[in-house]
Design a protein around this ligand. Structure first.
Ligand code: TXA
Ligand code: MG
Length: 324
């Protein structure tokens, strides 16, 4: 069972866990978050594993200060105004990533935008001490409501994580409001702890609402962020000219002739495979092949999310098919 430590005595233990690539449940002003080092792929994979998420939704990267935020993302004037007005606080800004920012691609599910938030209190102190951003979704298992007390986190995730930092009941009790920069406008992606009217008053203009195709969050389109190459799943053989994305020690027939080959995990470790997935798909795509053959990946644990992502990448490319 997870250890529960009060905020006053948890900092060193939380730091040690994060530095070793492990996860920690922390209080924020909105809801409890399940945090991992956003630059460490194994740490980020552990977040999805502990939550039992069936897919890799992009996560919010939490920062300690504006300097850290600007090393990660490119701010337009309106977003900067909102950051100045509401950070630290329950506002998340979706912005273009700054290239080379060191954020692991599993945090953003391979997107070129990133959701950023500066939390109040313990989370901010922890991030400042770590010196790196923390990826953190709400600290609840997939499909359950967000936890607002350390006891609720422990009851839900206690068997799967080592530490819950107890900061008492979270003052806001609702997730952060998410706003996305879109040209010279801002779009409300998720209502939350800061009222849309407050944001509109701060920028002096109305927020856009609803997605272009009624889509609020990414990952909701079947072929979202598909690579340029076609993907052929559960491949038992490699055809001429194909690249091969492997898993484990069993090789598809003809693998030696693959135009390019990367193995998600030699040892068949799904956590390692998850942390390599987005980068390897991009690398094989860049090799210029028309098709990437993918060896079977088992469906247990993180395998479900890996297979979900692979099948989205393999879906028809008109980008209008809703996810099922
Ligand atoms: O208050 C909160 O926001 C809490 C605390 C822990 O910070 N976190 C939270 O995270 O609610 P989560 O993972 O449960 O929700 C994050 C939302 C998801 O709906 C996700 O799709 C969206 O943020 N998101 C993340 N990155 C995005 C991006 N690049 N573009 C659009 N939406 C994004
Ligand atoms: Mg959530």
């Amino acid at each position: 069972m997870a250890e529960i430590l009060a905020v006053g005595e948890a900092l060193e233990r939380a730091l040690a866990l994060l530095q070793s690539g492990d996860v920690v449940a922390i209080p924020t002003e909105t809801v409890y978050g399940l945090a991992g080092d956003a630059t460490n792929g194994i740490g980020v994979a552990r977040i999805f594993e502990a939550k039992g998420r069936p897919r890799f939704n992009p996560l919010i990267a939490h920062v300690a200060d504006m300097a850290m935020a600007e090393r990660i993302a490119l701010f337009d004037p309106l977003s900067k105004k909102l950051a100045r007005a509401f950070w630290p606080g329950p506002l998340t800004l979706v912005l273009p990533q700054r290239p080379g920012n060191g954020i692991h691609p599993l945090v953003t599910a391979g997107l070129d935008t990133i959701a950023l938030r500066m939390p109040r209190g313990f989370g901010g102190d922890l991030i400042a001490r770590l010196g790196r951003p923390l990826a953190a979704p709400s600290a609840n298992s997939s499909g359950k409501i967000s936890a607002t007390t350390a006891q609720a986190v422990a009851a839900d995730l206690g068997a799967r994580i080592k530490l819950v930092v107890d900061g008492g009941a979270t003052p806001v009790g609702l997730e952060s409001t998410i706003v996305k920069a879109e040209g010279a406008r801002l779009r409300l992606l998720r209502p939350g702890g800061i009222a849309a009217e407050e944001i509109e008053a701060a920028i002096g203009m109305e927020l856009l609402r609803g997605g272009a195709a009624g889509v609020e969050a990414p990952g909701m389109l079947a072929s979202h962020y598909a690579p340029g190459a076609a993907m052929r799943l559960n491949a038992g053989t490699v055809n001429k000219g194909e690249a091969l994305l492997g898993f484990g020690s069993q090789r598809a027939e003809g693998w030696r002739h693959a135009a390019a080959f990367l193995n998600l995990s030699e040892t068949g470790d799904l956590r390692e495979a998850a942390s390599n997935l987005f980068a390897y798909m991009q690398d094989l795509d860049r090799s210029g092949v028309r098709t990437i053959a993918v060896e079977p990946v088992p469906f247990d644990g993180l395998g479900e999310a890996i297979n979900d992502r692979l099948s989205r990448a393999a879906a028809p490319r008109d980008n209008t098919q809703p996810a099922t």
